[in-house]
Design a protein around this ligand. Structure first.
Ligand SMILES: [Fe+2]
Length: 187
């Protein structure tokens, strides 16, 4: 799988394309007694699968930073990045399980995520704390923006519960962005 430094949303790779994946996900796959209208559930599933891909990508980026950071601030950043990873893992689970509650299929494989994530690829050659702080704060900010777009989308579909989940997630991501960005401030 070829990873690039540009958003891969519209990449036409050898894997099944993201648009195909999105259209397949636009219909809820399973019947449910959940009283949200079926059409709204189908749209919510497709949109939430997009956020799921972004969130799984964010989680891998937290680990990439956790493993590779070096320098005098190593231990603080190594631990911080792992704490962020743990919370992001919980956000992934919240989004995926909401998709399934709505009758959809959570599409969280590495192949789908590589095709569908809208986050920039995490640079592999970073080493210093300042470099990882800059890169991970970029990723957290980008994901926070997509989560807020998701809140608006769920509000338009009148799915208050999915909007609430994304609100909880965006609140957490904003907190972690503060923790990371603080390393660039006050100096
Ligand atoms: Fe570790």
């Amino acid at each position: 799988m070829t990873r690039t430094t540009t958003p891969r949303r519209d990449d036409a790779g050898s894997r099944q394309s993201a648009p195909e994946n999105r259209s397949r996900a636009a219909t809820a796959a399973y019947p449910t007694k959940n009283d949200l209208p079926e059409a709204a559930r189908g749209e919510a599933v497709a949109l939430l699968n997009q956020r799921l891909a972004d969130c799984i990508d964010l989680q891998t980026q937290c680990k990439q930073a956790h493993w590779n950071v070096k320098g005098p601030t190593f231990i603080a950043l190594h631990k911080l990045f792992d704490e962020i990873n743990e919370d992001v893992e919980a956000y992934v689970d919240l989004i995926a399980e909401r998709i399934v509650q709505l009758g959809g299929i959570a599409e969280g494989t590495v192949g789908v995520v590589a095709d569908r994530s809208t986050l920039l690829d995490y640079p592999l050659a970073l080493a210093t704390g300042a470099e990882h702080v800059a890169a991970l704060s970029d990723a957290l900010a980008a994901f926070g923006r997509t989560a807020r777009v998701g809140i608006e989308e769920m509000n338009e579909l009148e799915d208050a519960d999915s909007a609430d989940i994304l609100t909880e997630i965006s609140r957490g991501v904003d907190k972690w962005l503060w923790f990371v960005e603080a390393h660039q401030q006050g100096g």
